[in-house]
Ligand binder design. Sequence first.
Ligand code: PLP
Length: 381
Amino acid sequence: MIPIAKPYLTQDEAQAAYDTILTGWITQGPKVQEFEEKFATYTGAKYAVAVSNCTTALHLAMIVAGIGEGDEVICPSMSYIATANAIKYVGATPVFAEVQPNTYNLDPDDAEKRITDKTKAILIVHQIGMPADIDAFHELCEKYNLKLIEDAACAVGSSYKGSKIGSHSELVCFSFHPRKVISTGDGGMITTSREDYYQRLKLLRQHGMSVNDRVRHEANKVIFEDHVEIGYNYRLTDIQAAVGIKQLEKLDWIVAERRKIAYAYNEAFKGIDFIQLPAEEEEYLSNFQSYSIYLKESCPLDRNIIMQELLDKGIASRRGIMNSHRESAYKKLYSNLVLPVSEDLQDNSVILPLFVPMEEKEISSVINTFLSIVVPTFTTT
Ligand SMILES: *Cc1c(COP(=O)(O)O)cnc(C)c1O
């Protein structure tokens, strides 16, 4: 069985977790701080704040950006549902806009059409690791005086116009779930260019506490903390951070390996006219968190039949990225919404296995099996 994904974890990560446990400091402490500093350096961001996952990162980003009751935030429906949920958490309304058919990323023109006097922010998503057109959205946000927030859950290690995702905006949120490119079990990070956001994010993730545990522990004078506002417990643990530091050291290599596999798939499928390959434009560099292809109408077989046949032959696959407005949690509120591009991409895209390390024979097995299903005249050479 070839799985859809698996995290790349080795003895290094296990040892780092082991060593951290034996230090006796296991929740947010020195390892979290080290991970944040290294993550900021890696992405080229001014500051980084570690949190428990990307959903909590997005929630805190909404709060510090000042989004609340009655506000509207434009985002893609075609994304993991956590994107929309984070907007709901602060009492605001997700306004779903269309994506571009070739990149799966939010369409700036369609987003602009949905701006009203209640719109406060645009939440872009770098879909399955492919950077969205950040500059176009910065321009749009400037024009209408909106906040721009990036959901970069899948985009750690991707880059846009020569710099890493995490360095382009005031608030960028990452995930370290095992389905993403590097993992700490669960985990998240927010990068920010603003000192005031940085300070507030650190307060909010730890109960609004003015003095953190580490500072109190190291102090030689008695200090008392104040809880300056109502915060949350969204901490990452030092055990997770120790794993994250090891993962970060390997990230560029992992991304390079993933890109090789994606390009091997592209090479194998490029001659088939009913397959639309992932579009990677000049100066956009994807980490290929997932490899998704779109099957055009001329595809001889139904997408779901292809997926079942792949499964029968030992190869896992997934449908295209979900549409939040079609899920039960949102369906009633958005019963009149139709997003033809997003819905079509969900229904007719298929995600193929991609993980590191992936052996040559696994890569060719995916290619040959897929081709033998969709191209009746295909013979392995
Ligand atoms: C995975 C994902 C999230 C949620 O990340 P968690 O760390 O699991 O909370 C949010 N947005 C997108 C686009 C994702 O892919």
